[in-house]
Design a protein around this ligand. Structure first.
Ligand SMILES: Cc1ncc(COP(=O)(O)O)c(C=O)c1O
Length: 386
C-alpha cells in the first residue's frame, strides 16, 4: 500500500520515551534543548506583528510563482543591508527553509542522486532528502583548533551521481562559519564536478563576535541556492516565511530560475497575508537579534565560568548560532548519558549522535535557554560528571 520512502522506523528512541514519561509524571525538568524562540521569554512587538497580518490587500489574490514583489523586495533589502546585491528576480519565497531544500533537490536531482551533507549537522536533512528520493552522503567536519572541513574526504565522497553539496553557514550545532578560503575550495570542487552549492544561512545573522561573514547569495562562481527565512532571523517560526535565492554563472542561473519557476508555480505556497507582512517581520529582526545575542553571550559567559571550575567537561569553540557543544568523557554512549541526566538529575540535553557526531563524548545544549535554567542545568550536569 505504501511507498518504500516512507518505510521509517517510527518507534520512539529510549530518550524520547523517557522524556515523555518524565513529562507525564509532571516531574520538574531543566530543558537545555529549547529551540523555539517564541517560548523563550523574548519580547516581540505583538501589536506591529498582528497589525501587519491584517493588511486589506490580502483580500486579493495575486499569484506569482516567486512571491509578491513587495516581499521579495524586503528580502533583497535584507541582503542590501549587508552590502550584498541580490536581485528580486533571483528570489523565490517559500514557507520554510525545509521547503527551499525540497525545491533545490527537485531542481537538481533525479531519484537516487546524491547530495553531500556536513557531519555533524542538523538532523532534519535525512528526512528532507528521503522524501525527495535523494541520497545523502556525509562529508566530515573535524575539530582541531576549531572546526575544519575535511575537503579531502569530501572529494573522495563525490561520485558520478553527486549533484550538490550542502553548506550550513554557520553550521548547526558546531557554529562554524564558512571562511572565504573554504568557499573558494567549495567553488573549485563544484566547478570540476559540475555540482551546485546549497547554502543554508538560517543562523547567518548570529555571529558571536559580531563579525559579518559573506553570504553565499552573491556567490557567482558556481550554481548556488541560498536558503534562509524569518524563523530564525526574526524569531518568527510560526509565520512560515522563508526564501531561496539563485546565483551563479548566467547560463546555469537562467536555466535554474526557469525550472524553479515551474515548481513554485505548481505550489504557490506562501499565503498573501504573510507575504504582505514580511517587510514588517523583517523590521522585527533588530530587536529580536539584540535580545537573542545578548542571551547567547550571557549564557556562554556563565557556561565558561562553570566549566573553569572543573576539568571533566569542556566546550568546543563556536563562531555563531544558538548552540554549544560540550565535550565529556566518552565512558558510555551519549544516549546513555543523556538518559541518566534526565532520570537522575531532571536535565534534558541532546546527545551528540542526534547531530551525527561520529563518536560518543559530545552533548549539545541550546544557548537560547533562559539564563537561570541554563545555570541550574549545567551545574547539575557538572555535578553528575565530576
Ligand atoms: C540548519 C537549519 N536549517 C534549517 C532549519 C529550519 O528552518 P525553517 O524553520 O525555515 O524550515 C533549521 C532549524 O533549526 C536549522 O537548524
Amino acid at each position: 500500500m505504501f511507498a518504500n520512502r516512507t518505510n521509517w522506523d517510527l518507534t520512539p528512541n529510549r530518550l524520547s520515551e523517557a522524556l515523555a514519561a518524565h513529562r507525564t509524571a509532571r516531574k520538574p525538568l531543566l530543558d537545555l534543548t529549547v529551540s523555539n524562540p517564541t517560548e523563550c521569554g523574548f519580547s516581540y512587538d505583538s501589536k506591529a506583528i498582528l497589525e501587519a497580518l491584517s493588511n486589506p490587500a490580502a483580500l486579493h489574490y495575486e499569484p506569482n510563482p516567486r512571491g509578491l514583489e513587495s516581499a521579495r523586495g524586503a528580502v533583497a533589502g535584507y541582503y542590501a543591508g549587508r552590502n550584498e546585491a541580490v536581485p528580486v528576480e533571483d528570489i523565490f519565497l517559500t514557507t520554510s527553509t525545509s521547503e527551499g531544500y525540497s525545491y533545490a533537490f527537485r531542481t537538481l536531482c533525479n531519484p537516487g542522486d546524491e547530495v553531500l551533507v556536513p557531519s555533524p549537522s542538523y538532523p532534519l536533512f535525512d528526512f528532507l532528502a528521503e522524501i525527495q528520493d535523494v541520497k545523502l552522503v556525509r562529508y566530515p567536519l573535524l575539530y582541531d583548533h576549531g572546526w575544519q572541513i575535511d575537503f579531502h574526504a569530501l572529494e573522495q565522497a563525490i561520485t558520478a551521481r553527486t549533484r550538490a553539496v550542502i553548506v550550513v553557514h554557520p553550521n548547526n550545532p558546531t557554529g562554524h562559519f564558512t571562511k572565504s578560503s573554504e568557499r573558494t575550495k567549495f567553488n573549485a570542487i563544484c566547478n570540476v564536478h559540475q555540482m551546485a552549492i546549497v547554502a543554508d544561512e538560517v543562523f547567518f545573522d548570529f555571529a558571536l563576535d559580531g563579525n559579518r561573514a559573506a553570504s553565499f547569495a552573491t556567490n557567482s562562481d558556481v550554481l548556488t541556492f541560498t536558503l534562509s527565512g524569518l524563523s530564525k532571523i526574526s524569531g518568527l517560526p510560526q509565520m512560515k516565511a522563508a526564501w531561496l535565492t539563485v546565483s551563479g554563472p548566467q547560463n546555469l542561473k537562467s536555466e535554474a530560475l526557469g525550472r524553479l519557476e515551474v515548481i513554485a508555480d505548481t505550489y504557490l505556497s506562501v499565503n498573501a497575508s504573510v507575504q504582505l507582512a514580511m517587510p514588517v517581520f523583517f523590521g522585527q529582526r533588530h530587536c529580536f537579534q539584540e535580545q537573542l545575542l545578548s542571551r547567547v553571550r550571557a549564557n556562554l559567559k556563565e557556561l565558561d565560568r562553570l566549566l573553569a571550575g572543573q576539568n571533566t567537561c569542556s566546550r568546543l569553540a563556536a563562531e555563531g548560532g544558538w548552540y554549544a557543544v560540550l565535550r565529556v568523557p566518552a565512558v558510555r554512549s551519549d544516549e546513555d548519558l543523556a538518559l541518566e541526566l534526565l532520570t537522575a538529575r531532571s536535565v534534558y540535553v541532546h546527545p551528540g549522535h542526534f547531530y551525527d557526531f561520529p563518536t560518543d563524548g559530545f552533548l549539545v545544549v541550546s544557548l537560547i535557554t533562559p539564563e537561570t535554567i541554563l545555570l541550574m542545568g549545567i551545574t547539575a550536569v557538572l555535578n553528575f560528571l565530576c
